[in-house]
Design a binder for this molecule. Structure first.
Ligand code: NAP
Length: 300
């Protein structure tokens, strides 16, 4: 059930975390890697989570699992560069935050005898690059697989087993449904954070540095999300446009309702609304997806 040689294409946060997690848990899996720039390859060599190659060919030779760890918008170009060097028994996977467009981009290029098992680990931080990874990133986090109907069960099981071995809870989902769910739980919240920090930036021109100096917990939490990788998020919105616009439409409607409640001084409406949202935070903690510690357990 185990893959023997994992090749990581793109050597940022997610790839380095996969490499470190594999090294921590196994000593018999070969891990190779490639990234397009020399700077990233050199940094990855220093971190030491895989054997880094300066070309696709060396990295992919005999690999039986290839994981595309590049931004969603780069998948199409990357798979074209990978294909000439794939072994006949290779399985291709990815970690992209959007699934439907990635499946289209990858499967339309892939030879019929090679299978693609798309994956999205719901784990990450606002940091990027090879030095930002850590071995425990995927522990007790969900990893969603969205294979199309043509992928044999035994190959899906092998990829499932791979992520379970990194500590993830694995679930299978239809790609379109994944994109809608993630637009609610991840994409729209990030866009709202980008907007709020943008508003504060405009405002700070009036208040000088007050917004920074007196930033309260709410704003600080937004800034963490808004510090996420710009290329990754540009690609997420361009590749999950319909779902993102659907959720933002609903968000705007709710915002107007709350705006009206404030104007009309409808305290009961606001109270009921905030009680409902508070319960959602509690259910996330009950599901083991976050800590109940004050201020997310931050020391200061
Ligand atoms: P990252 O740390 O920014 O690393 C990105 C990697 O992709 C780098 O090796 C970079 O290469 C390469 N890359 C960037 N643009 C490229 C292009 N046009 N062509 C080829 N390679 C390119 O990113 P990450 O956070 O690991 O994210 C990787 C994937 O995981 C993305 O698809 C993202 O949606 C998904 N993901 C991210 C998170 C998260 O929280 N960060 C969580 C789950 C899934 P160079 O440095 O050599 O340019």
């Amino acid at each position: 059930m185990k893959f023997n040689h994992v090749a990581l294409i793109g050597l940022g946060l997610i790839a380095s975390s996969i490499g470190l997690a594999l090294k921590k848990r196994f000593n018999d899996i070969k891990i190779t890697g490639y990234s397009r720039t020399k700077a990233t390859r050199d940094e990855a060599r220093k971190v030491g989570f895989c054997e880094v190659f300066d070309d696709y060919e060396g990295c992919l030779k005999h690999a039986d699992l290839i994981i595309l760890c590049v931004p969603v918008g780069a998948m199409s170009e990357t798979i074209k560069r990978v294909i000439p060097f794939l072994s006949v028994s290779a399985v291709v996977s990815d970690v992209g935050s959007v699934k439907e467009s990635v499946i289209l981009d990858v499967e339309k290029n892939l030879p019929k005898n090679i299978f693609f098992v798309p994956a999205h680990p719901l784990a990450g931080t606002e940091n990027s690059g090879p030095s930002s990874g850590f071995a425990t990133l995927f522990e007790n986090r969900w990893c969603i697989l969205t294979p199309s109907g043509t992928v044999p069960d035994k190959i899906i099981k092998k990829v499932r087993f791979f992520w379970e071995n990194l500590g993830s809870n694995v679930v299978e989902m239809d790609a379109k449904h994944h994109d809608l769910v993630l637009s609610v739980t991840s994409h729209a919240p990030h866009l709202i954070a980008f907007t709020m920090v943008g508003v504060a930036d405009e405002f700070s021109k009036v208040t000088k540095s007050e917004v920074i100096n007196y930033s309260a917990a709410g704003f600080r939490d937004f800034t963490r999300l808004a510090a996420s990788d710009p290329v990754m998020w540009r690609d997420v919105f361009l590749n999950n446009k319909d779902a993102a616009l659907e959720i933002l439409g609903r968000f705007t409607e709710e915002l107007f309702i709350l705006q009206k409640a404030i104007r009309k001084e409808d305290g009961e409406y606001l109270l009921n609304y905030f009680e409902r949202t508070r319960k959602i935070r509690r259910s996330i903690i009950d599901a083991g997806q976050d800590t109940a510690e004050v201020n997310f357990g931050r020391k200061h």
